[in-house]
Write a protein that binds this ligand. Structure first.
Ligand SMILES: [Fe+2]
Ligand SMILES: [Fe+2]
Length: 271
């Protein structure tokens, strides 16, 4: 994007990212807005209403999870399907970060809150672009395969309450990414796919920070409301998240993110 857009406020810019449909343009604008927030060219937080659903490109075709093609066997097709699925998750993560900001940001929250989630939005955009680059190197592109429709459900289920949003998005869904990353990195390493390993290692490291921001703001908001964070987390997961949490958990990575076992372990399937 050569022409630099200007924005009156962070929330106005957040809505602009949400309303950008082409995937590359959404990722580029996400990074540009983060840079404008850091250098002070966006200073106000403002107030804006995010769309119910973010704009998305015409491709990929979005399918219900049950209609998604099964990935069988190995080889390049499986690798591409895996990278495409992660790219789709990262594109969704860009929208989730800006939706959190547009929906819940405001004068009641400190500068640090906004800094943290802008950083998340910046990093999710970087993740998307790194994966899009890997797909391009493999002679394909984001959009060439169908993708999972339904990732935005968590946003809809938690649109009314910042505590619910933080419990479900960073503390359940992104924490789940911490659990699955080591296995994926190992598999790609065994296949000699060093380029993908490097990208997934960057993503896994950043996602620890995102989960950590989730826990930090969840705890602070619970303290403000006089709520016990571990109990409140479990209540919100039970009421707002379909399904149980799946062990095994990457306890070391969760620990580095400051996420105590006592919050999530009692929710594990089969316990
Ligand atoms: Fe990410
Ligand atoms: Fe993330």
């Amino acid at each position: 994007m050569s022409r630099r857009r200007t924005f009156e406020s962070l929330t106005e810019a957040a809505v602009a990212v949400l309303e950008t449909a082409p995937a590359d343009a959404k990722a580029d604008l996400s990074r540009a807005v983060a840079a404008m927030w850091r250098d002070g060219s966006i200073a106000e937080i403002g107030a804006a209403r995010p769309p119910d659903r973010p704009a998305r490109p015409a491709r990929p075709r979005l399918l219900m999870p049950r209609d998604m093609p099964r990935r069988r066997g190995g080889g390049p097709a499986k690798r591409i399907a895996f990278l495409h699925a992660i790219a789709h998750i990262e594109l969704n993560a860009i929208d989730l970060a800006w939706d959190l900001i547009a929906r819940f940001a405001g004068p009641a929250l400190p500068r640090e809150f906004h800094d943290d989630w802008v950083r998340v939005a910046d990093e999710e955009a970087r993740h998307f672009s790194l994966l899009a680059g890997l797909l391009e190197d493999a002679g394909t592109a984001y959009g060439d395969l169908p993708a999972h429709d339904g990732l935005w459900e968590a946003a809809c289920e938690t649109a009314d309450d910042i505590l619910a949003r933080i419990a479900i998005v960073p503390m359940v869904l992104e924490a789940r990414g911490l659990d699955t990353a080591p296995g994926a990195i190992e598999r790609l390493g065994r296949a000699g796919d060093e380029a993908s390993v490097r990208v997934l290692e960057i993503i896994a490291r950043d996602e620890e920070t995102h989960v950590g921001f989730g826990v930090k703001w969840f705890d602070r908001l619970c303290a403000e409301r006089g709520l016990d964070p571990a109990d409140t987390f479990r209540e919100l997961v039970r009421s707002r998240f379909k399904g149980a949490l799946k062990p095994p958990f990457a306890e070391a990575a969760r620990e580095r993110a400051g996420f105590p076992k006592s919050y999530y372990e009692p929710l594990a399937a089969g316990l």
